[in-house]
Design a protein around this ligand. Structure first.
Ligand code: MRU
Length: 347
């Protein structure tokens, strides 16, 4: 399986997803600022991977820290702040930084070199855990896929968006391994085209049958009876089950409800944010207007037209048939189910 991130000597190597599918290249990051820029620039993206990448960035910062010993705490906090400021919607980012901070606080009185080792080990552990979590999501979720299943998805919630295997694509992978996938329909996912560039690439590499549609073709494709279920990832799920995911997800959920097609969200428990009651409280990132005005650096409209470019939308919980996690599938009412699974099953 493709490696999305790894440590090499004094650097972090990131698979640069902005260049896929044309080029498979890794970017070498020597400091946390470079890691932060890679997250902002969508070189690494996808909620779980953003979190683990920030953890790698933090460990890298401490490993390469050469300033006065009495200022390490200050440097650690400033680096956390820098990484936390990169993207606001995926809660996995803040979850991962908090976990690193807890680890740091326990060991901060040790030699700098051993703190760095411990932080790197913690980041590596998160990486390995994420793959195991995705496999568990896949195993639970595949039961929802009928034989000959035709699944619609949006964005990329695959190996590229995680440390491997994927959430929504993890379910698809597990179903495909059991011979249950007839077709995956990937929405291209305007404006950054994660569906067309990443999901299609990822699935075709593994021989999982995939077709590409533009986002506006989803309704007609459903109307033709070509879709049995919709499975998407999530960036943040509120306590009531409202789920933020890539822009366009909400429209798919409405269309699925209209056509009586089950709509599922696949996500790890780290994506569930019990501190907020509903999706209205999820911060939605707005990105640069040129993402909409241009494709691959070429303007497709009048260059100074006003643009609205929210990167995510929120699907209300009543449109979601189930939330597939590593601990099982949660069905409505989410308000009790999410809290139970998050507080009773996690250490
Ligand atoms: O802007 P992106 O590419 O980071 O958005 C990614 C998504 O919306 C994914 O569906 C979500 O993070 C889940 S990834 C397992």
């Amino acid at each position: 399986m493709i490696k999305t991130i790894y440590f090499q000597d004094d650097s972090v190597m990131l698979l640069d997803q902005s260049q896929l599918p044309d080029r498979l290249v890794y970017e070498k990051c020597n400091d946390p600022a470079q890691v932060a820029d890679a997250i902002i620039g969508l070189k690494v993206r996808g909620a779980p991977l953003i979190g683990v990448t920030a953890a790698f960035g933090l460990a890298l910062g401490i490993k390469n820290y050469r300033g006065p010993t009495e200022q390490v705490d200050q440097y650690f906090q400033a680096t956390c702040k820098l990484l936390a400021s990169t993207r606001p919607t995926a809660v996995n980012l803040f979850w991962a930084l908090e976990r690193m901070e807890k680890t740091y606080m326990i060991h901060r009185h040790q030699e700098l070199e051993s703190i760095a080792q411990i932080l790197m080990a913690e980041a590596d552990k998160m990486y390995a855990e994420d793959i195991a979590i995705n496999r568990a999501i896949g195993d639970y979720g595949q039961e929802l896929v009928p034989a000959g299943g035709r699944v619609l998805t949006i964005c990329n919630a695959g190996a590229l968006a995680t440390c491997g295997y994927g959430t929504a694509l993890g379910v698809i992978r597990s179903a495909a391994a059991r011979g249950k996938i007839d077709k995956v329909w990937a929405c291209e996912t305007r404006p950054v085209l994660q569906g067309a560039r990443l999901t299609v690439w990822e699935l075709m590499r593994e021989g999982i049958p995939v077709g590409l549609i533009t986002d506006s073709m989803a309704g007609y494709t459903m109307q033709l009876g070509k879709i049995d279920l919709v499975i998407v990832g999530a960036d943040r799920i509120a306590a009531n089950g409202d789920a933020a995911n890539k822009i366009g997800t909400f429209s798919l959920a409405v269309l699925a409800a209209y056509h009586n097609i089950p709509f599922y969200v696949a996500a790890p428990l780290s994506t569930i944010d019990l501190s907020i009651d509903n999706g209205g409280q999820i911060p939605i990132e707005e990105r640069h207007q040129d993402e909409v005005r241009q494709i691959a650096g070429t303007y497709l409209t009048v260059p100074d037209v006003e643009v609205f470019n929210p990167a995510f939308d929120v699907t209300p919980q009543h449109l979601i048939k189930g939330i597939i996690t590593e601990k099982g599938i949660i069905e409505p009412p989410y308000i009790s189910g999410l809290e139970h699974i998050k507080t009773k099953t996690q250490g």
